[in-house]
Design a protein around this ligand. Structure first.
Ligand code: TXA
Ligand code: MG
Length: 346
């Protein structure tokens, strides 16, 4: 749209420890006047719009280039408001809210009539969460409305964990970015559907099925592998799981030998800078939380280095490691489970 192409995106630096309400208020005014403002959360940056305003929400689908059937999470400043977006509130929702909010858990519930269907992909379910981030909650309070907030990336791309990542996708297309530095967790929230029995994880995240079961005493159905490709860098992505019979460095070396420009995203333990053109160490194998925080930034950086292929070393698939691998497997063009290189070099 011409209107979007002509926007000047204002980047506002915010001190995450002591956010200035006047500065955050500029973004709140944008939300209140049906504009789009990107904001930090503890997981990734969100692209915010007034979640109760159909016009604002329609613009959000358009700018994010997201199909209108894919619903947005509504962000609120407190649990009471979050649960008021639901038609009925099951006991499990109360318990989970008390235990995990504010925090990286999104609850899917029956949609209350006051929430426009368009916000929820046209469906009868609403997704809500209370972010554990002072700037985000201040923005929501000052906007005085639940904020629809998908990750602030173009549909299909890696999520943004810095304001710079947001600008790479949306400069000139949105009014404001609140820049409060890198996100603490780096991986999107766990999405749990409580309208199903047993409750079902739609997207794994930092909070695990085990932690959820402990609180509600119910078995939890694990997330299916995503059916469509998401979180993808521009370069071809080859993932080498931790259980593979070969190493990421060996796969990278093979691809480099065949003439490809190769970027390697790897743990400190698996590092080998001679096997590739660019190497990005994203943390120690023993600290998957650190790797989660670096995941999307590393993919975006290697893309910016102009490589043809990114080889990503997998992590052990339990706890947060399972969520990291969910993202990598969803994004992958090829997964090398054993030493044969056929899939990787095709
Ligand atoms: O951590 C996060 O959740 C970040 C930050 C910004 O809060 N947000 C985020 O939003 O990741 P998004 O839109 O990129 O991903 C939300 C996921 C999508 O897969 C969407 O399909 C699912 O949650 N979802 C949202 N509303 C839903 C609903 N009503 N029913 C089922 N799934 C829903
Ligand atoms: Mg997303």
């Amino acid at each position: 749209m011409m209107r979007d192409a002509e926007l000047l995106t204002r980047v506002i630096a915010i001190d995450p420890r002591r956010p200035d309400p006047e500065l955050v208020g500029i973004a709140a005014e944008t939300i209140q006047t049906r504009g789009l403002a990107a904001f930090p959360t503890e997981t990734v940056y969100g692209l915010g719009a007034d979640g109760l305003n159909e016009e604002a929400v329609c613009r959000l689908y358009e700018v994010k280039q997201r199909p209108r059937s894919n619903p947005f999470i509504l962000h609120t400043a407190d649990a009471t408001t979050a649960l008021s977006l639901a038609d009925t509130v099951p006991n499990a929702a109360e318990k989970l809210a008390q235990r995990f909010w504010p925090g990286p858990l999104t609850l899917v519930l029956e949609r209350a009539p006051r929430v426009p269907a368009v916000t929820c992909g046209g469906g009868e379910k609403v997704a809500a969460r209370v972010p554990d981030n002072t700037v985000a909650r201040m923005l929501i309070e000052l906007s005085d409305t639940p904020i629809a907030g998908p990750s602030a990336n173009l549909s299909g791309s890696p999520s943004p964990v810095t304001a710079r990542h947001v600008l790479a996708d949306f400069e000139g297309r949105i009014e404001v970015v609140l820049d409060a530095g890198p996100c603490r967790l780096g991986l999107e929230s766990t999405v749990l559907d409580l309208t199903e029995q047993p409750p079902r994880i739609l997207r794994p995240g930092v909070i695990t099925a085990g932690e959820i079961s402990e609180v509600i005493g119910d078995a939890i159905e694990a997330a299916p592998q995503a059916s469509e490709s998401r979180y993808r860098p521009r370069a071809r992505l080859v993932v080498v799981p931790a259980a593979s019979s070969t190493t990421a460095a060996a796969v990278a070396r093979g691809l480099a030998a065949s003439g490809k420009r190769v970027g390697l995203a790897v743990s400190a333990e698996g590092a080998d800078e001679d096997c590739c053109h660019v190497q990005r160490i994203w943390g120690r194998m023993t600290e998957p939380e650190a790797i989660a925080a670096q995941l999307y930034g590393a993919l975006r950086e290697l893309d910016d280095a102009g490589v043809d292929v990114i080889v990503a070393e997998g992590v052990v698939e339990d706890g947060i490691g399972a969520s990291i691998m969910h993202r990598l497997r969803t994004a992958a063009d090829a997964i090398v489970e054993n030493a044969e290189m056929d899939t990787a070099s095709e």
